[in-house]
Structure formats: C-alpha cells, structure tokens
Design a protein around this ligand. Structure first.
Ligand code: HEM
Length: 412
C-alpha cells in the first residue's frame, strides 16, 4: 500500500524566508538533502533529488501553477489576467507544443550565434564606462554590468531601439513580480500598468516590423510558419513578452552570482584568466550547476500521483529543486570548480526539463560565455570589495549588489 503524503514525517524548508540565502541557504539545503529526497514547504512539498525532480518536471499530471496564482490572488480581469492566460509557461498540451514549434527555431544554438557580436559590443561599451583608463578599478557589478547587459541583448533580439533597454528592463521587472505573492498583492496596479504599457509598445513594434522587416525575433515570428499555421498578432506579442520577462532578471542574476563565485576564489579566476576562451564555457556550466538562480521551480498536480510508494493528492504544490538535483551524481558536488570534468556530470536542471525547458537556454549560455570571456581577458585580479547583498531564493535568486575591485590586465 502506498503511503499518503501527509503520513510522512518530513523536515521543513521555508523557502520564502528572505534571510535564506548565501552560505545559510547552502547549509540548509545540505542538511535537508542528508535527510532524504522530500521535505515540507509552507505551500506543499519540495523534491530534493535529481531523478524525482526530473519526474515531477516531466509528468503530464503536473502543471506550472500560474493560473492557480491568478485564482488565489483574484486576478479576474485586466491586462495581467490576459498575460497570465497567454503565458507560454501556463499553457499545456497541444496549445503549448504549437507555440514552441513556431518559436523554437529562433533560439537554436545556431540561431543565437548571430547575437554574439552585439553582446561583445555591449560589453565593450559598458566596460569603457566603468573602467575608463584606470588600471585599478572598483564597481558595483550588478548596477554597472549585470543589469544593463541582458536588457541591451534582449532589445537587440526583439528589434527594439537600444535606448529603450532601460524601459524594457523596468517592464520586465514589474511583470515578473506576478510570481512574488506579497508584491503581487501590494503592487497589483503597478504590475497591471506594466503589462498594458508593454502590450502597447510591442504592438507598435510589430506594426513597424511588418512594414519594414529586419533580422530580429519579431520579424522572424511574423514570418514563422509550420505546416501552414502562423501566429496571430496577440500570440506574437505575448511570446515577445515571455522572452522579455524570461530573459532579463535571469541572465542578470546568473551573471552576478558567477562573478561573485569567481571573486571569492582567486585561484579559479586565475585558471579562467589563463585560458578565457577554453574555460569560459565550463565556468558558465559550473556556475549554472552550483548556484542556479532558479533554485526552485513550481508545479501543481492536476491529478493524484503515486511515486516511490507515496500518494501525492491532486492540487499538491510540488517545488522541484534544481539546486539539490544539480549536486546528485557529481563528485564533491558542493564544491565550485570550473576545472571539473564537465562531461562526467549530468546536465544541470537549472533550465528545467521536459516540454517547458527554458526557451532561452542557448541565448543565456551565449550571453554568459561572452561576458566571462570578455572580463577574463581584461581583468587580472578580481576580489570582493565588501559584502554582496543577496536577494531571497524564492523566484529568481539574484544579488541586489556586488561590490568588486579588480586590476586591469596590461593588454586590457
Ligand atoms: C541563466 C538564465 C536563465 C535561467 C536560469 C532560466 C531558467 C528557466 C527555467 C527553470 C524555466 C522552466 C520553468 C518551469 O518549467 O517551471 C524557464 C522557462 C523559460 N525561459 Fe528561461 N531561464 C534563463 C534565461 C532565459 C532567457 C535569456 C530567455 C529568453 C528567451 C528565457 C525565456 C524562457 C521562456 C519563454 C520560458 C518558458 C518556456 C515554456 O514554457 O515552454 N529564459 N527558464
């Protein structure tokens, strides 16, 4: 007889605790993993092991609880409800497969290669502003680098004017906050306004690209066709919105954590610096594995599930922990090591798994690789210049501030 979930004696994880981050977060997760593969959370349970994580991400008996959030927080009309209904992460089955079929070609490894020169140009312009002619320099890395870089990239991908990157960043930030319940309750009007403003903006951009197509995502989506099927304007604008809210905070946060990890470990920076082109890819993979900025992804069960002799009732909220899963089957997995044999480690679950696997994974990887190569070619020594300010691990796990000091290499 399977055991009902409620009969299990499980430890607890309050992942909503804003003080849970940095070393304390790592220690808490290590303790939980030592206890077993499952723990309680304020809303349901969390899965702490690779195979189980993969199961709950892939099963058709679970969905992303986006519409549950709408229901719980009485989002019953208006632009935000429209956005939630159309969000690709909230769609399932044939509807979801159709959209992915039309949008995937824009984000293949080959397709994202064409954005690398623009990424390098943005890095160079940000670098010039931050560093100037000083050989010894300091900056608050999040504000100076991590924040402007992904929004400039996404503006380019969208075909938006670069001057609009700060606006896009702000919209992305507000719309993304629908996944943060206290902010959703307190700031509903501001989030609604951001969605409405973005819809107007993207609608105008769509008209402009229809009249004058370019080499950008919107032009590509206008032309996208699969078996005679095309995207409607509403679908197209919502896909662009998903790319914007999926692609800004995430890359910003992963880049900031990666620089923090390297600044805390001078020997790893020296290794990267000795071979930037050769090691940047491995450093990105190790940072994605060791400090995923999506440490938890949520699912809600749409029917009862029996797994490992446990019965999970319908409507159970299951958090899937990529942080925990990424440590399974990795020798000395709690150590950050950019020189480890990446081929021996399983792929990280940082970008999810199954049909909702991150649409922008190739773009994010390219952005992170370009940034690390660029910085390692120019920075000789790198160190923290004060304590990083961590955000919470709920949602996108970012840094509010990362003070760094560094010396510029001769050839820089
Ligand atoms: C380091 C950077 C990033 C990380 C760690 C990340 C992580 C994730 C994860 C974990 C999911 C799956 C969520 C789930 O199944 O519940 C996801 C989905 C998604 N991501 Fe990313 N992401 C990143 C960057 C990007 C970028 C640059 C884009 C821009 C194209 C993007 C767009 C999306 C979209 C549209 C989805 C929904 C896919 C679907 O539902 O089919 N992400 N991402």
């Amino acid at each position: 007889m399977p055991t009902p979930l409620t009969a299990l004696d499980l430890p607890s994880l309050d992942y909503t605790d804003a003080a849970l981050h940095g070393p304390r977060f790592h220690a808490t997760m290590a303790e939980l993993r030592a206890h077993g593969w499952l723990a309680n959370t304020p809303l349901g349970v969390v899965v702490l092991e690779r195979e189980a994580a993969s199961f709950f991400l892939r099963t058709r008996s679970a969905e992303f609880p986006g519409m549950k959030i709408a229901e719980l927080f009485a989002v019953e009309e208006g632009p935000l409800l429209e956005e939630m209904r159309r969000n690709i992460l909230h769609l399932n089955g044939a509807q979801h497969a159709r959209l992915r079929g039309l949008v995937n070609p824009a984000f293949t490894p080959r397709a994202v290669e064409r954005w690398r020169p623009a990424m390098r140009a943005f890095l160079a312009s940000v670098w010039d502003e931050v560093v100037g002619s000083d050989r010894s320099s300091a900056c608050e890395f999040v504000g100076a680098f991590a924040k402007p870089y992904p929004s400039l990239t996404i503006a380019t991908v969208m075909g938006a004017p670069l001057d609009d990157a700060p606006r896009l960043h702000e919209w992305s930030n507000w719309i993304q906050r629908q996944f943060d319940p206290p902010v959703l309750m307190a700031e509903r009007a501001r989030i609604e306004r951001a969605v409405a403003e973005f819809y107007d903006y993207a609608g105008a951009l769509l008209e402009a690209r229809r009249a004058d197509p370019g080499d950008d995502l919107i032009s590509q989506l206008i032309a996208a066709e699969q078996d005679g099927d095309r995207l409607s304007d509403v679908e197209l604008v919502n896909l662009v919105l998903n790319v914007l809210i999926g692609g800004v905070d995430t890359t910003q946060s992963q880049l900031a954590h990666t620089l923090r990890l390297l600044a805390e470990r001078p020997s790893q920076w020296a290794a990267l610096r000795a071979d930037p082109a050769g090691l940047a890819g491995a450093a990105v993979e190790e940072a994605l594995r060791y400090e995923p900025i999506t440490p938890f992804t949520a699912r809600i069960l749409v029917e009862e599930v029996e797994y490992r002799d446990v019965t999970f009732p319908r409507d159970t909220v299951v958090l899937v922990s990529s942080f925990a899963a990424n440590r399974d089957d990795v020798p000395d997995g709690d150590r950050f090591d950019i020189t480890r044999d990446g081929d021996a480690a399983p792929r990280p679950l940082t970008f999810g798994a199954g049909v909702h696997y991150c649409l922008g994974a190739n773009l994010a990887r390219a952005e992170l690789q370009e940034a690390l190569t660029f910085l390692a070619e120019r920075i000789e020594t790198l160190a923290l210049d004060g304590e990083p300010r961590f955000e919470g691990v709920q949602g996108v796990y970012g840094l509010a501030a990362l003070p760094l000091r560094f010396t510029v290499a001769d050839a820089g």
